[in-house]
Design a protein around this ligand. Structure first.
Ligand SMILES: Nc1ncnc2c1ncn2[C@@H]1O[C@H](COP(=O)(O)OP(=O)(O)OP(=O)(O)O)[C@@H](O)[C@H]1O
Ligand SMILES: [Mg+2]
Length: 344
């Protein structure tokens, strides 16, 4: 069958191999409930988050779960880039009616990476009608994107407002504990038992996403098989020296302060000054939380680098920025952009 008209769900992504932690527990539980009940309480469900945090995994996991419970339900997974390609192909082959009929007849549409619709007017229009038709028929739609709907550029407002009429959820990069859990589970699957200390060491250096963790583990496992050596901290240090070197040497508190001062168009000295104006304190507090996330420095060392402040100021800053991010998606976007910039 033509892949346009296939469910396209990847069988390897299941709930049982999705490792739960603080960063993803809420989203995972909710998606799991949707799979169990399919009561369309949250329709559409819009999940956004940075790269490699498990959006595609969860989208396929729900597809697999629904199908395993009920074979008669038509569940379709499609990446937006593919949706556009399929549509163009259908237009070219005079098969657009089949295309429309197929996508408007599904019971659960799982559309990945909606950001690819940016500036593709015709595809957006077609998707808009598919979307409305599915919602009218009370079919479930789950969408993913790298950004919050409001931050998506090149998308029609009418589409964005449709995305927001259900529930929008953010999936965060994994925190340290979750990263350790992922590392231990993924190595166990390869029949390798890591010491807690070695797992923690890897987790401290591979911070941004799960795809990166998988890449690092593949490197470590391949090298250890080849060299027939045990995976110790020293062994890991050697295999991952490029990453560790980058983190140690390049991401300094000074660099974080400089990058964030430039981002917010303030002076670098404002990072260490006593100034209490909001336009200065927020970037300063963002710099503190970023330093905590991206370096291995202690809270005291971080506080000290911000004009001799102490560790409680850093803790307060982290708490405050986390709270503001929950209330204000654009601040969260800023924070992700800054982390991406510093980590790339
Ligand atoms: N919590 C998790 N437990 C187990 N594996 C995970 C988890 N999160 C992500 N992964 C794995 O990490 C890899 C990347 O995940 P995935 O492709 O779902 O990320 P994504 O958020 O869709 O990224 P992108 O925005 O780049 O498409 C996959 O192999 C996936 O199985
Ligand atoms: Mg993906």
């Amino acid at each position: 069958m033509n892949s346009i008209y296939k469910s396209n769900i990847n069988k390897k992504y299941k709930f049982k191999n999705f490792i739960e932690g603080k960063s993803n527990k809420f989203v995972k539980t909710l998606i799991f409930q949707i799979a169990e009940n399919l009561d369309k309480k949250y329709n559409p469900l819009f999940i956004y988050g940075p790269t490699g945090v498990g959006k595609t995994h969860l989208l396929n996991a729900i597809g697999n779960k629904i199908i395993s419970k009920n074979n008669n339900i038509k569940v379709v997974y499609v990446n937006s880039e593919r949706f556009v390609q399929y549509m163009v192909m259908a237009l070219k082959n005079n098969k657009i009616d089949n295309f429309k009929k197929y996508y408007r007849s599904v019971n659960v549409l799982l559309l990945d990476d909606i950001q690819f619709f940016a500036n593709k007017k015709r595809s957006q229009e077609e998707f808009f009608h598919t979307f409305n038709s599915l919602l009218e028929d009370k079919q479930q739609i789950i969408l993913t994107s790298d950004k919050h709907p409001k931050a998506l550029k090149g998308l029609k407002n009418k589409l964005i407002s449709r995305f927001e009429c259900g529930l929008t959820m953010f999936i965060k990069p994994p925190d340290l504990k979750t990263r350790i859990k992922i590392i231990i589970r993924k190595t166990k699957k390869n029949n390798i038992i890591l010491s807690d200390k070695t797992a923690e060491f890897i987790a401290k250096y591979i911070k941004t996403n799960v795809r990166e963790i998988e890449g690092a583990l593949n490197r470590i496992i391949a090298k250890s098989n080849f060299k027939k050596s045990k995976i110790t901290i020293n062994f890991v240090k050697n295999v991952l020296k490029d990453i560790i070197f980058k983190d140690n040497k390049l991401i300094t508190i000074k660099k974080i302060q400089k990058t964030i001062a430039k981002y917010y168009k303030i002076k670098i000295n404002d990072m260490i000054s006593k100034c209490k104006i909001k336009s200065i304190t927020i970037p300063r507090q963002i710099a503190m939380i970023v330093a905590k996330k991206l370096t291995n420095y202690s809270l005291s060392k971080i506080g000290n680098s911000f004009g001799g402040r102490d560790h409680t100021t850093v803790l307060y800053a982290c708490k405050k920025i986390k709270k503001l991010c929950r209330e204000n998606y654009s601040l969260e976007e800023d924070l992700n952009k800054i982390i991406k910039k510093l980590s790339s």
